[in-house]
Design a protein around this ligand. Structure first.
Ligand code: GAL
Length: 472
Protein backbone atom coordinates (compact mmCIF):
# COMPACT_ATOMS: atom_id res chain seq x y z
CA UNK A 1 0.00 0.00 0.00
CA UNK A 2 2.69 2.50 1.06
CA UNK A 3 4.70 1.77 -1.99
CA UNK A 4 1.94 2.58 -4.38
CA UNK A 5 1.93 6.08 -5.73
CA UNK A 6 -1.62 7.23 -6.36
CA UNK A 7 -2.26 10.45 -8.24
CA UNK A 8 -5.10 12.94 -7.71
CA UNK A 9 -8.55 11.96 -8.94
CA UNK A 10 -9.18 12.70 -12.59
CA UNK A 11 -5.45 12.94 -13.28
CA UNK A 12 -4.57 13.30 -16.96
CA UNK A 13 -2.57 10.38 -18.30
CA UNK A 14 -1.84 11.42 -21.81
CA UNK A 15 0.61 12.28 -24.47
CA UNK A 16 1.40 15.12 -26.87
CA UNK A 17 2.29 15.71 -30.45
CA UNK A 18 1.89 18.61 -32.85
CA UNK A 19 0.37 19.17 -36.29
CA UNK A 20 3.64 19.79 -38.14
CA UNK A 21 5.27 16.74 -36.55
CA UNK A 22 2.55 14.19 -37.17
CA UNK A 23 0.03 15.15 -39.88
CA UNK A 24 2.17 15.50 -42.97
CA UNK A 25 1.67 18.50 -45.21
CA UNK A 26 -1.09 16.93 -47.37
CA UNK A 27 -3.56 19.53 -48.70
CA UNK A 28 -2.25 22.46 -46.67
CA UNK A 29 -3.00 25.80 -48.33
CA UNK A 30 0.26 27.36 -47.05
CA UNK A 31 3.84 26.39 -46.26
CA UNK A 32 5.36 26.81 -42.83
CA UNK A 33 8.94 27.87 -42.22
CA UNK A 34 9.80 24.16 -41.89
CA UNK A 35 8.16 23.16 -45.19
CA UNK A 36 10.10 25.94 -46.83
CA UNK A 37 13.40 25.27 -45.08
CA UNK A 38 13.28 21.63 -46.11
CA UNK A 39 12.73 22.67 -49.70
CA UNK A 40 15.80 24.87 -49.79
CA UNK A 41 18.09 22.88 -47.47
CA UNK A 42 17.06 19.21 -47.16
CA UNK A 43 20.50 18.23 -45.88
CA UNK A 44 19.79 20.19 -42.67
CA UNK A 45 17.43 17.33 -41.71
CA UNK A 46 18.53 13.93 -40.42
CA UNK A 47 18.66 11.45 -43.32
CA UNK A 48 17.04 14.22 -45.38
CA UNK A 49 13.61 13.28 -44.04
CA UNK A 50 11.35 16.31 -44.21
CA UNK A 51 7.88 17.32 -42.98
CA UNK A 52 5.94 16.09 -46.01
CA UNK A 53 4.55 12.84 -44.65
CA UNK A 54 5.75 12.62 -41.04
CA UNK A 55 3.52 10.06 -39.28
CA UNK A 56 0.69 10.36 -41.79
CA UNK A 57 -1.82 11.45 -39.11
CA UNK A 58 -3.72 13.43 -41.75
CA UNK A 59 -4.73 10.12 -43.33
CA UNK A 60 -4.56 7.72 -40.38
CA UNK A 61 -5.98 9.77 -37.51
CA UNK A 62 -8.83 7.31 -36.94
CA UNK A 63 -6.61 4.27 -36.47
CA UNK A 64 -4.10 6.35 -34.54
CA UNK A 65 -6.65 7.68 -32.08
CA UNK A 66 -8.06 4.18 -31.61
CA UNK A 67 -4.54 3.09 -30.63
CA UNK A 68 -4.30 5.92 -28.12
CA UNK A 69 -7.47 4.64 -26.56
CA UNK A 70 -6.08 1.13 -26.57
CA UNK A 71 -3.09 2.21 -24.49
CA UNK A 72 -5.38 3.90 -21.96
CA UNK A 73 -4.69 7.58 -22.60
CA UNK A 74 -7.42 9.86 -21.28
CA UNK A 75 -6.12 13.08 -22.84
CA UNK A 76 -4.15 14.09 -25.92
CA UNK A 77 -2.55 17.29 -27.14
CA UNK A 78 -1.91 18.19 -30.70
CA UNK A 79 -1.80 21.50 -32.51
CA UNK A 80 -3.89 23.18 -35.14
CA UNK A 81 -1.61 24.30 -37.94
CA UNK A 82 -2.07 27.91 -38.96
CA UNK A 83 -0.93 26.82 -42.44
CA UNK A 84 -3.70 24.21 -42.64
CA UNK A 85 -6.69 25.85 -40.99
CA UNK A 86 -6.44 29.29 -42.56
CA UNK A 87 -6.95 30.00 -46.23
CA UNK A 88 -6.59 33.77 -46.10
CA UNK A 89 -3.85 34.66 -43.63
CA UNK A 90 -4.84 38.33 -43.54
CA UNK A 91 -8.53 37.90 -42.79
CA UNK A 92 -8.40 34.57 -40.94
CA UNK A 93 -10.88 32.97 -43.32
CA UNK A 94 -10.68 29.19 -42.92
CA UNK A 95 -9.80 26.58 -45.49
CA UNK A 96 -12.59 24.10 -46.09
CA UNK A 97 -10.47 20.98 -45.93
CA UNK A 98 -8.64 22.28 -42.85
CA UNK A 99 -11.99 22.75 -41.08
CA UNK A 100 -13.13 19.28 -42.11
CA UNK A 101 -9.90 17.69 -40.91
CA UNK A 102 -9.73 19.34 -37.48
CA UNK A 103 -13.45 18.76 -36.90
CA UNK A 104 -12.92 15.09 -37.66
CA UNK A 105 -9.87 14.84 -35.37
CA UNK A 106 -11.63 16.57 -32.49
CA UNK A 107 -14.81 14.49 -32.84
CA UNK A 108 -12.87 11.27 -33.13
CA UNK A 109 -10.78 12.12 -30.07
CA UNK A 110 -13.86 12.82 -28.00
CA UNK A 111 -15.71 9.75 -29.21
CA UNK A 112 -12.75 7.66 -28.02
CA UNK A 113 -13.26 9.12 -24.54
CA UNK A 114 -10.09 11.21 -24.80
CA UNK A 115 -9.92 14.89 -23.79
CA UNK A 116 -8.52 16.98 -26.65
CA UNK A 117 -6.05 19.73 -25.78
CA UNK A 118 -5.49 22.04 -28.71
CA UNK A 119 -2.41 24.17 -29.13
CA UNK A 120 -2.22 27.03 -31.62
CA UNK A 121 1.47 27.47 -32.41
CA UNK A 122 4.22 24.88 -32.44
CA UNK A 123 7.09 26.71 -34.24
CA UNK A 124 5.08 26.60 -37.49
CA UNK A 125 4.91 30.17 -38.75
CA UNK A 126 3.60 30.50 -42.32
CA UNK A 127 6.64 31.33 -44.47
CA UNK A 128 4.74 34.11 -46.27
CA UNK A 129 4.44 35.98 -43.00
CA UNK A 130 8.17 35.85 -42.52
CA UNK A 131 8.86 36.97 -46.05
CA UNK A 132 6.32 39.77 -46.01
CA UNK A 133 6.59 41.06 -42.47
CA UNK A 134 9.57 39.48 -40.71
CA UNK A 135 7.38 36.97 -38.85
CA UNK A 136 7.32 37.46 -35.10
CA UNK A 137 9.40 40.63 -35.42
CA UNK A 138 6.18 42.27 -36.57
CA UNK A 139 3.20 43.37 -34.52
CA UNK A 140 1.03 42.95 -37.60
CA UNK A 141 1.77 39.21 -37.44
CA UNK A 142 0.59 39.28 -33.82
CA UNK A 143 -2.75 40.60 -35.10
CA UNK A 144 -2.96 37.93 -37.79
CA UNK A 145 -2.29 35.25 -35.19
CA UNK A 146 -5.22 36.54 -33.14
CA UNK A 147 -7.43 36.26 -36.25
CA UNK A 148 -6.35 32.66 -36.75
CA UNK A 149 -7.01 31.88 -33.08
CA UNK A 150 -10.42 33.51 -33.26
CA UNK A 151 -11.34 31.36 -36.26
CA UNK A 152 -10.25 28.24 -34.35
CA UNK A 153 -12.19 29.24 -31.21
CA UNK A 154 -15.37 29.88 -33.18
CA UNK A 155 -15.12 26.63 -35.09
CA UNK A 156 -14.08 24.26 -32.32
CA UNK A 157 -14.69 26.02 -28.98
CA UNK A 158 -17.98 24.19 -28.48
CA UNK A 159 -16.07 20.89 -28.09
CA UNK A 160 -12.49 21.79 -27.20
CA UNK A 161 -12.32 22.90 -23.58
CA UNK A 162 -8.54 23.11 -23.15
CA UNK A 163 -6.57 25.46 -25.37
CA UNK A 164 -2.97 26.60 -25.34
CA UNK A 165 -1.55 29.55 -27.22
CA UNK A 166 2.10 28.55 -27.81
CA UNK A 167 4.33 25.57 -27.34
CA UNK A 168 7.80 26.46 -26.02
CA UNK A 169 7.74 30.09 -27.21
CA UNK A 170 11.30 30.67 -25.96
CA UNK A 171 12.42 28.20 -28.64
CA UNK A 172 11.23 30.67 -31.31
CA UNK A 173 13.54 33.27 -29.78
CA UNK A 174 16.46 30.87 -29.34
CA UNK A 175 16.13 28.86 -32.53
CA UNK A 176 15.17 31.56 -35.02
CA UNK A 177 16.99 34.60 -33.58
CA UNK A 178 19.93 33.57 -31.38
CA UNK A 179 21.37 30.08 -31.78
CA UNK A 180 20.55 29.24 -35.41
CA UNK A 181 18.76 25.95 -35.02
CA UNK A 182 15.49 26.95 -36.71
CA UNK A 183 14.92 28.85 -39.94
CA UNK A 184 15.56 31.77 -40.62
CA UNK A 185 18.62 31.27 -38.37
CA UNK A 186 19.09 34.96 -37.69
CA UNK A 187 21.64 35.96 -35.03
CA UNK A 188 20.45 39.27 -33.66
CA UNK A 189 19.99 39.86 -29.95
CA UNK A 190 17.95 43.01 -30.34
CA UNK A 191 15.50 41.41 -32.76
CA UNK A 192 15.40 38.37 -30.48
CA UNK A 193 14.19 40.50 -27.57
CA UNK A 194 11.55 42.17 -29.75
CA UNK A 195 10.34 38.72 -30.78
CA UNK A 196 10.27 37.68 -27.14
CA UNK A 197 7.99 40.60 -26.39
CA UNK A 198 5.81 40.14 -29.47
CA UNK A 199 5.20 36.47 -28.80
CA UNK A 200 4.22 37.25 -25.21
CA UNK A 201 1.90 39.90 -26.61
CA UNK A 202 0.46 37.41 -29.12
CA UNK A 203 -0.28 34.91 -26.37
CA UNK A 204 -1.93 37.49 -24.12
CA UNK A 205 -3.91 38.98 -27.03
CA UNK A 206 -5.28 35.55 -27.92
CA UNK A 207 -6.26 34.98 -24.30
CA UNK A 208 -8.03 38.34 -24.29
CA UNK A 209 -9.96 37.39 -27.44
CA UNK A 210 -10.84 33.99 -25.94
CA UNK A 211 -12.46 35.74 -22.99
CA UNK A 212 -14.19 38.36 -25.13
CA UNK A 213 -15.75 35.55 -27.17
CA UNK A 214 -17.19 34.12 -23.97
CA UNK A 215 -15.41 30.77 -24.20
CA UNK A 216 -14.64 30.81 -20.51
CA UNK A 217 -18.34 30.96 -19.70
CA UNK A 218 -18.79 27.84 -21.81
CA UNK A 219 -16.30 26.01 -19.59
CA UNK A 220 -13.25 26.67 -21.74
CA UNK A 221 -9.78 27.19 -20.28
CA UNK A 222 -6.71 28.62 -21.91
CA UNK A 223 -3.04 28.25 -21.04
CA UNK A 224 0.45 28.18 -22.47
CA UNK A 225 3.05 25.42 -22.77
CA UNK A 226 6.51 26.39 -21.52
CA UNK A 227 9.71 24.39 -21.50
CA UNK A 228 10.98 25.11 -18.03
CA UNK A 229 14.61 24.18 -17.73
CA UNK A 230 15.57 25.04 -14.17
CA UNK A 231 18.99 26.74 -14.13
CA UNK A 232 21.20 25.12 -11.48
CA UNK A 233 24.38 26.98 -10.47
CA UNK A 234 27.74 25.18 -10.58
CA UNK A 235 28.43 26.09 -6.95
CA UNK A 236 26.94 28.20 -4.19
CA UNK A 237 29.31 31.07 -4.87
CA UNK A 238 27.53 34.40 -5.30
CA UNK A 239 28.78 34.68 -8.89
CA UNK A 240 27.47 31.28 -9.95
CA UNK A 241 24.15 31.85 -8.23
CA UNK A 242 23.76 35.25 -9.88
CA UNK A 243 24.60 33.74 -13.28
CA UNK A 244 21.94 31.04 -12.79
CA UNK A 245 19.35 33.64 -11.77
CA UNK A 246 19.99 35.63 -14.91
CA UNK A 247 19.81 32.53 -17.13
CA UNK A 248 16.56 31.67 -15.41
CA UNK A 249 15.18 35.16 -16.08
CA UNK A 250 16.07 34.93 -19.78
CA UNK A 251 14.92 31.40 -20.52
CA UNK A 252 12.17 30.61 -18.02
CA UNK A 253 10.75 33.70 -16.34
CA UNK A 254 10.68 35.70 -19.59
CA UNK A 255 7.52 33.79 -20.51
CA UNK A 256 6.47 32.32 -17.18
CA UNK A 257 6.16 35.67 -15.39
CA UNK A 258 4.10 37.43 -18.08
CA UNK A 259 1.91 34.33 -18.54
CA UNK A 260 1.11 33.89 -14.85
CA UNK A 261 1.75 37.30 -13.26
CA UNK A 262 1.16 39.61 -16.22
CA UNK A 263 4.58 41.29 -16.11
CA UNK A 264 8.20 40.66 -17.08
CA UNK A 265 10.85 39.96 -14.43
CA UNK A 266 12.29 43.31 -13.27
CA UNK A 267 15.82 42.01 -13.45
CA UNK A 268 15.41 41.14 -17.12
CA UNK A 269 13.96 44.52 -18.06
CA UNK A 270 16.72 46.27 -16.13
CA UNK A 271 19.50 44.39 -17.95
CA UNK A 272 17.94 44.85 -21.37
CA UNK A 273 17.53 48.58 -20.77
CA UNK A 274 21.09 48.90 -19.61
CA UNK A 275 22.32 47.08 -22.71
CA UNK A 276 20.13 49.09 -25.09
CA UNK A 277 18.24 46.04 -26.37
CA UNK A 278 14.89 46.49 -24.68
CA UNK A 279 11.90 45.89 -26.94
CA UNK A 280 9.55 48.54 -28.21
CA UNK A 281 6.12 48.46 -26.66
CA UNK A 282 3.19 50.71 -25.89
CA UNK A 283 1.32 51.21 -22.64
CA UNK A 284 -1.72 49.60 -24.25
CA UNK A 285 0.28 46.49 -25.24
CA UNK A 286 1.71 46.22 -21.74
CA UNK A 287 -1.83 46.34 -20.45
CA UNK A 288 -2.88 43.46 -22.69
CA UNK A 289 0.00 41.39 -21.30
CA UNK A 290 -0.95 42.43 -17.81
CA UNK A 291 -4.52 41.25 -18.23
CA UNK A 292 -3.99 38.27 -20.51
CA UNK A 293 -2.76 35.82 -17.90
CA UNK A 294 -3.38 32.09 -18.24
CA UNK A 295 -5.91 29.79 -16.57
CA UNK A 296 -3.40 26.96 -16.41
CA UNK A 297 0.14 26.11 -17.32
CA UNK A 298 1.67 23.26 -19.30
CA UNK A 299 5.29 22.46 -18.50
CA UNK A 300 7.58 20.58 -20.86
CA UNK A 301 10.51 19.15 -18.99
CA UNK A 302 13.37 17.19 -20.50
CA UNK A 303 16.62 18.46 -19.06
CA UNK A 304 18.04 20.97 -16.58
CA UNK A 305 20.37 23.84 -17.44
CA UNK A 306 23.72 23.99 -15.59
CA UNK A 307 25.23 27.41 -15.31
CA UNK A 308 28.43 29.07 -14.11
CA UNK A 309 29.61 32.66 -13.84
CA UNK A 310 30.87 34.15 -17.09
CA UNK A 311 34.53 33.39 -17.54
CA UNK A 312 36.79 36.23 -18.54
CA UNK A 313 37.60 36.20 -22.22
CA UNK A 314 34.67 34.00 -23.15
CA UNK A 315 32.73 36.83 -24.81
CA UNK A 316 31.97 36.12 -28.42
CA UNK A 317 31.60 38.09 -31.61
CA UNK A 318 27.91 37.50 -32.17
CA UNK A 319 26.96 40.94 -30.86
CA UNK A 320 24.65 41.22 -27.86
CA UNK A 321 23.58 37.80 -26.53
CA UNK A 322 21.99 36.71 -23.24
CA UNK A 323 25.14 34.60 -22.80
CA UNK A 324 26.92 37.80 -21.90
CA UNK A 325 25.81 37.06 -18.35
CA UNK A 326 26.57 33.39 -17.85
CA UNK A 327 28.32 30.35 -19.28
CA UNK A 328 26.74 26.97 -19.64
CA UNK A 329 28.41 24.51 -17.32
CA UNK A 330 29.35 21.03 -18.44
CA UNK A 331 28.97 19.24 -15.12
CA UNK A 332 31.32 16.27 -14.75
CA UNK A 333 29.60 12.96 -14.10
CA UNK A 334 26.14 14.08 -15.16
CA UNK A 335 23.77 11.37 -16.31
CA UNK A 336 23.14 11.57 -20.02
CA UNK A 337 20.76 10.41 -22.67
CA UNK A 338 23.50 9.81 -25.25
CA UNK A 339 21.15 9.83 -28.24
CA UNK A 340 19.64 13.24 -27.67
CA UNK A 341 22.65 14.60 -25.80
CA UNK A 342 20.46 15.79 -22.96
CA UNK A 343 21.14 15.37 -19.24
CA UNK A 344 18.69 13.20 -17.32
CA UNK A 345 17.79 14.76 -13.98
CA UNK A 346 14.41 13.61 -12.64
CA UNK A 347 14.55 15.64 -9.43
CA UNK A 348 13.87 18.80 -11.43
CA UNK A 349 10.24 17.62 -11.61
CA UNK A 350 9.99 18.21 -7.88
CA UNK A 351 11.81 21.54 -8.06
CA UNK A 352 9.46 22.75 -10.81
CA UNK A 353 6.42 21.66 -8.80
CA UNK A 354 7.59 23.54 -5.73
CA UNK A 355 8.58 26.63 -7.70
CA UNK A 356 5.08 26.84 -9.17
CA UNK A 357 3.52 26.24 -5.76
CA UNK A 358 5.58 28.89 -3.99
CA UNK A 359 6.29 31.54 -6.60
CA UNK A 360 3.44 31.26 -9.08
CA UNK A 361 0.38 31.26 -6.94
CA UNK A 362 0.11 27.48 -7.08
CA UNK A 363 -1.65 27.84 -10.42
CA UNK A 364 -3.17 24.62 -11.88
CA UNK A 365 -0.56 23.03 -14.13
CA UNK A 366 0.37 19.79 -15.82
CA UNK A 367 3.44 18.20 -17.29
CA UNK A 368 2.76 18.71 -20.98
CA UNK A 369 5.87 16.91 -22.27
CA UNK A 370 8.44 14.60 -20.76
CA UNK A 371 10.18 11.86 -22.62
CA UNK A 372 13.22 10.07 -23.83
CA UNK A 373 14.36 10.01 -27.44
CA UNK A 374 16.28 6.87 -28.36
CA UNK A 375 17.99 5.98 -31.62
CA UNK A 376 17.91 2.49 -33.09
CA UNK A 377 15.09 1.04 -31.03
CA UNK A 378 14.74 -1.85 -33.51
CA UNK A 379 17.49 -3.57 -31.59
CA UNK A 380 15.14 -3.97 -28.63
CA UNK A 381 12.47 -5.88 -30.57
CA UNK A 382 11.56 -9.21 -28.95
CA UNK A 383 10.33 -12.42 -30.61
CA UNK A 384 6.77 -11.14 -30.71
CA UNK A 385 7.87 -8.04 -32.56
CA UNK A 386 7.44 -5.72 -29.58
CA UNK A 387 10.02 -3.07 -28.70
CA UNK A 388 11.02 -3.64 -25.08
CA UNK A 389 11.77 -0.07 -24.07
CA UNK A 390 12.37 -0.69 -20.36
CA UNK A 391 14.74 2.30 -20.26
CA UNK A 392 11.76 4.53 -21.14
CA UNK A 393 9.53 3.00 -18.48
CA UNK A 394 12.27 3.58 -15.88
CA UNK A 395 12.69 7.15 -17.11
CA UNK A 396 8.97 7.86 -16.71
CA UNK A 397 8.78 6.25 -13.30
CA UNK A 398 11.72 8.17 -11.95
CA UNK A 399 10.23 11.44 -13.14
CA UNK A 400 6.77 10.56 -11.89
CA UNK A 401 8.07 9.73 -8.43
CA UNK A 402 9.45 13.23 -8.06
CA UNK A 403 6.30 14.72 -9.52
CA UNK A 404 4.24 12.76 -7.02
CA UNK A 405 6.34 14.09 -4.19
CA UNK A 406 5.68 17.64 -5.37
CA UNK A 407 1.95 16.93 -5.57
CA UNK A 408 1.86 15.38 -2.12
CA UNK A 409 3.48 18.56 -0.83
CA UNK A 410 0.64 20.60 -2.27
CA UNK A 411 1.63 21.49 -5.82
CA UNK A 412 -1.47 21.83 -7.99
CA UNK A 413 -0.53 19.46 -10.81
CA UNK A 414 -3.42 17.83 -12.66
CA UNK A 415 -1.73 15.67 -15.27
CA UNK A 416 1.20 14.08 -16.97
CA UNK A 417 1.64 14.01 -20.73
CA UNK A 418 4.58 12.29 -22.32
CA UNK A 419 6.18 13.18 -25.59
CA UNK A 420 4.81 11.46 -27.70
CA UNK A 421 2.05 8.88 -28.36
CA UNK A 422 3.25 7.70 -31.77
CA UNK A 423 6.86 8.12 -32.97
CA UNK A 424 6.88 11.44 -34.78
CA UNK A 425 9.05 13.83 -36.75
CA UNK A 426 11.40 15.88 -34.57
CA UNK A 427 12.34 18.94 -36.64
CA UNK A 428 15.93 18.71 -37.85
CA UNK A 429 16.39 15.41 -36.03
CA UNK A 430 13.51 14.05 -38.14
CA UNK A 431 13.07 10.37 -37.15
CA UNK A 432 16.53 9.89 -35.62
CA UNK A 433 15.35 9.52 -32.05
CA UNK A 434 12.05 7.84 -31.24
CA UNK A 435 9.91 8.89 -28.29
CA UNK A 436 6.58 7.12 -28.76
CA UNK A 437 4.54 4.53 -26.87
CA UNK A 438 3.81 3.33 -30.39
CA UNK A 439 6.49 2.64 -33.00
CA UNK A 440 6.18 3.62 -36.65
CA UNK A 441 7.88 1.73 -39.42
CA UNK A 442 8.65 4.49 -41.88
CA UNK A 443 8.64 2.16 -44.88
CA UNK A 444 5.48 0.15 -44.27
CA UNK A 445 3.74 2.79 -42.06
CA UNK A 446 3.00 -0.10 -39.71
CA UNK A 447 2.38 0.94 -36.11
CA UNK A 448 3.07 -1.31 -33.12
CA UNK A 449 2.62 -0.74 -29.43
CA UNK A 450 5.87 -0.79 -27.44
CA UNK A 451 6.22 -2.23 -23.96
CA UNK A 452 5.90 1.30 -22.54
CA UNK A 453 2.49 1.55 -24.25
CA UNK A 454 1.28 -1.45 -22.30
CA UNK A 455 2.79 -0.01 -19.14
CA UNK A 456 1.05 3.38 -19.44
CA UNK A 457 -2.29 1.63 -19.86
CA UNK A 458 -1.88 -0.02 -16.48
CA UNK A 459 -0.74 3.20 -14.88
CA UNK A 460 -3.70 5.05 -16.29
CA UNK A 461 -6.16 2.35 -15.19
CA UNK A 462 -4.71 2.30 -11.67
CA UNK A 463 -4.14 6.05 -11.54
CA UNK A 464 -0.66 5.27 -10.27
CA UNK A 465 2.01 2.61 -9.97
CA UNK A 466 4.33 0.89 -7.54
CA UNK A 467 7.50 2.72 -6.62
CA UNK A 468 10.65 1.64 -8.40
CA UNK A 469 12.28 -0.18 -5.49
CA UNK A 470 9.21 -2.39 -5.02
CA UNK A 471 8.91 -3.40 -8.63
CA UNK A 472 9.19 -6.96 -9.73
C1 GAL B 1 10.32 19.55 -27.48
C2 GAL B 1 9.33 20.03 -28.52
C3 GAL B 1 8.70 18.91 -29.28
C4 GAL B 1 9.60 17.74 -29.56
C5 GAL B 1 10.43 17.39 -28.35
C6 GAL B 1 11.39 16.24 -28.53
O1 GAL B 1 11.20 20.56 -27.11
O2 GAL B 1 8.26 20.74 -27.96
O3 GAL B 1 8.16 19.47 -30.43
O4 GAL B 1 10.38 17.96 -30.68
O5 GAL B 1 11.13 18.52 -27.93
O6 GAL B 1 12.44 16.52 -29.40
Amino acid sequence: MDNKLIFPEGFWWGSATSGPQSEGSFNKPHESIFDYWYKIEPEAFFDKVGPRITSNFYNSYKEDLAMLKEIGLNSFRTSIQWTRLIKDLETGEPDEDGVRFYNAVIDETISNGIIPVMNLHHFDLPIELYEKYGGWESKHVVKLFVRFAETAFKLFGDRVKYWTTFNEPIVIVEGQYLYEFHYPKVVDGKKAMQVLYNVNLASASVIKRFRELGLQEQGGKIGIILNLTPAYPRSDSDEDIEASRIADAFFNASFLDPAVKGSFPEKLVELLKMDGVLWESTVEEDRVINEGTVDFLGVNYYQPRRVKAKEAGSLDDRGWMPDKYFDNYDMPGKRMNPYRGWEIYPKAMYDIAINIRDNYDNIPWFISENGMGVQGEEKYVNEEGIIEDDYRIEFFKEHLQYLHQGISEGSNCFGYHTWTPIDCWSWTNAYKNRYGFIAVDLKTKNKTIKKSGRWIKEVSENNGFYKLSQDK
